[in-house]
Design a protein around this ligand. Structure first.
Ligand SMILES: [Fe+2]
Length: 347
């Protein structure tokens, strides 16, 4: 323990009551002794209960059919979301223009994020209609258990198996220890071999076996040896799934104009692309503090900040890129969503 660490200890202890998940960065969350005595399990159980409590008050945001699909599977699939002509206009709005983008490289995959700035919601009326509409907003908020403004991006995934090692996103994992939501409205078809979203149905809920598995992973993560584990996104080998009481893996291969909304606390991965593929969609996500009972107290839903999260994220990222600070998804300037990744263009 260094002198500064003594000052930080109350902060680390306070983070136990937040969504902080890194066993590596927080010695209280990453204490082997505390986790052997049930700290991680208690956080997982309480987070699930609190999310259930918040979600019960939000059932008016979704149809009964969608609520049942979420409860059963942990994800919801809506096909033919928009009328054909509306969908065609939305696709044209998104594909024809250049936007400031960020690109994340992981193995042989590049994920391009184009922040959906507030002005884009009016400049691109079909995009704005979808992103602010009741289906997209209602499902994100309900599954995420937060009646809060989501962060949204135009999202392109380029996968070329010959370009590098396996993408770590293709390994089954849980994003964090509490319910959290991601969604994709696909503008291109997603075939089975085109990196489809892959999910273990039911794995968004705890079973006694899952809880024991969580406990073991937390103890292991506290040793700091397995990097992705120690950051709090637990990886799971497929062979271990059978023992946890869940159903078989589902590959969500779907046509364009489909919305997929998932609780990524459940085990999921990006399916492997066996050939060069490009997947274009509108991505949304909500993640807030897991332990509060109130679903609607959200800073980013205040009038001045509403619909601005992606812009704020972009501004921080631009600053990091400009000043040479580490960022997982550096800004690459203006591109059209389907232009090849910047780094691949330069190779
Ligand atoms: Fe994930």
């Amino acid at each position: 323990l260094k002198p500064l660490d003594i000052l930080k200890t109350p902060v680390w202890a306070a983070e136990v009551a937040t969504g902080a998940k890194s066993f590596h960065d927080n010695p209280v969350i990453g204490s082997r002794w505390l986790n052997e005595h049930g700290l991680h399990e208690k956080r997982v159980i309480l987070a699930e209960r609190m999310a259930d409590f918040r979600r019960r008050r939000m059932s008016h945001l979704v149809s009964r059919e969608h609520a049942e699909a979420y409860a059963r599977d942990g994800f919801v699939i809506c096909r033919n979301v928009l009328p054909e002509d509306t969908f065609a206009r939305l696709k044209a709005e998104v594909e024809a223009r250049e936007f400031p983008a960020q690109e994340m490289h992981q193995g042989h995959t590049v994920t391009r994020f184009i922040p959906i700035a507030r002005r884009m919601l009016t400049d691109l009326p079909e995009l704005g209609g979808l992103v602010t509409g009741p289906l997209f907003q209602g499902l994100l908020r309900y599954v995420g258990s937060w009646n809060a403004d989501p962060i949204t991006f135009i999202h392109t995934v380029f996968a070329e198996p010959d370009r590098g090692p396996r993408d770590p996103q293709t390994v089954l994992h849980s994003d964090t220890f509490h319910p959290t939501v991601k969604c994709w409205f696909f503008l291109t078809d997603v075939p089975e071999d085109g990196g489809p979203f892959t999910f273990v149905p039911g794995s968004h809920r705890l079973t006694p076996q899952r809880l024991e598995w969580e406990r073991q992973q937390a103890i292991e993560a506290s040793s700091g040896e397995r990097t992705l584990h120690s950051k709090g996104s637990f990886r799971i080998p497929e062979a271990d799934l059978a023992g946890l009481g869940y159903r078989d893996i589902v590959k969500v291969a779907v046509p364009a104009n489909t919305l997929v909304v998932a609780d990524t606390h459940g085990f999921h991965a990006r399916g492997i692309s066996s050939r060069p593929t490009v997947r274009l969609g509108i991505y949304g996500s909500i993640r807030r503090s897991p332990f509060t009972p109130f679903a609607g107290l959200d800073l980013f839903s205040l009038p001045g900040l509403r619909w601005r999260q992606a812009e704020i994220h972009d501004a921080i990222n631009n600053w990091k890129t400009r000043t040479g600070r580490p960022t997982g998804q550096p800004s690459v300037g203006k591109v059209k969503p389907l232009d090849p990744p910047r780094r691949w263009q330069q190779q």
